[in-house]
Design a protein around this ligand. Sequence first.
Ligand code: NAD
Length: 503
Amino acid sequence: MQLRQSQNLGLKDWEVKANMVNELVWFPTNKCLIDGAWVDSELNNEIELINPSNGRLLSRIARASKNDVKNAISAASVALEKTWGEKTALERGRILLKMSQLVIKYSKNLAHLESLDVGKPLSQAKNDVIALARYLEFYGGAADKIHGMTIPFQNDFSVSCLRERLGVTAHIIPWNYPMQIIGRSISASLAMGNACVVKPSEEACLTALAFGEIATEAGLPAGALNIIPGFGFEAGQALAASKKVNHISFTGSLLTGISVQTAAAQNVVPTTLELGGKSPQIVFDDANLKRAIPFLVNAGIQNSGQTCSASSRILVHETIYRDVVEKMSGMYKNLRVAPAIEDYDLGPVISRRQMDIITSYQNKCSDLKLLAEGSLMEGTNNQGYYMSPKLFETENYRHSVAQEEIFGPIQIIIPFKNEQEAIKIANSTDYGLVASVWTENGSRQLRVAKAVKAGQIFVNNYGAGGGVELPFGGIGRSGHGREKGFESLYSFSQLKTIANFHG
Ligand code: NAD
């Protein structure tokens, strides 16, 4: 079948207009990037993207078929044999650095697209653009600085270990941080010399497409990065089940992660799973509350709580519990929810479906005390998916809302009596992604940081501003494997041992 092609979608240089909230992004966004060309999906099918700020059609994306996925994987394999595979580490790094510069050049447009598509307040979308550029910069710089090793062995042997690329890497992306998650996973993989096939989310993926355009403009050879929008049960499943991919990096929900890992296991393909969380912040009686309170609240409501590392549980020592409740409640009462582009504290949640899930959790909170909530601004009565953030309290840390990932703007505050109990509550869920400890006591900082089960622990802060240099990933049901930092370069490569006998 001859596919129709277009050179450019026009997304990266899409003009930012004044009243964006009612804009329709009406470009030929219904394409897949395969082998350097924007092509129609095989069946010429489309998926509608809805603007969460008004519930109206925002744009249309391609619905990639199994064959489109196959074509994308073949294009990646060919790129590895030829153009991209022949580049030196230095050359790969320079292309990534060029991509980083172009992301900055188009930052205004990218931020507006992300804000409209995901429904996140504009300034949060701007931070995501900066993070995307930073990932490309970090891994562009690291591309020629990751080495193998030599091993002292018997005297008549020379043993070296080469750090080699994996081959074709698949990247399955969620809707909540398209730019950041593409950035962290693709940059490291390309730096190691792999070729990528990206399946962005069917709920939000315009910046993923714009990123494809930027890669082409930066001179990334055709086939090194392929982008196939589509449904998870179709394009995603086909990618996860392919024998021709050599690694799958999946970021998304627990159940989909299990399904992806099960499919990959049939072909003995390694996976990195970045899943959900129920991340606690533990506040001891000597904590600097002036510093802590904004972190306690913001880490829960950022992106309307639709963040894997959202802090949805706040554990507070009983002697300062009422003080923290009062201070957090005060902040909650000032939180404003508005259309994303208007840039208040929260935008809408992603979809009607997500709204229903969060509402069902709110209903489960009926036996908990509602301490405070934010308010909806004008403009939120327009069919958008708006929810006011809510702060509840309970002593029952085993309650389902204190155990399960809600993925919405709900925080639960729980009192504890002593350090031992705080650790027990913190470790009581199946998840282990992120946690923070607020105390001025140095011994306690280390003791608690070591005892709490999570991939990242922050002391007297939360998130360290995103830190692309810092290895990130979960334990337990939050997943396995690490992205970010140098650790990601190890995940996207493998060691080959050469034992040379010269006796
Ligand atoms: P999701 O699991 O519904 O979808 C994620 C991606 O998987 C999408 O691209 C989807 O199309 C695809 N998919 C769906 N079914 C598939 C299948 N059977 N085979 C292959 N691919 C399939 O998740 P979501 O709702 O997009 O994202 C929210 C979840 O992601 C939350 O649980 C959140 O905690 C998690 N998340 C984790 C991290 C992290 O780094 N740990 C970051 C962001 C989001």
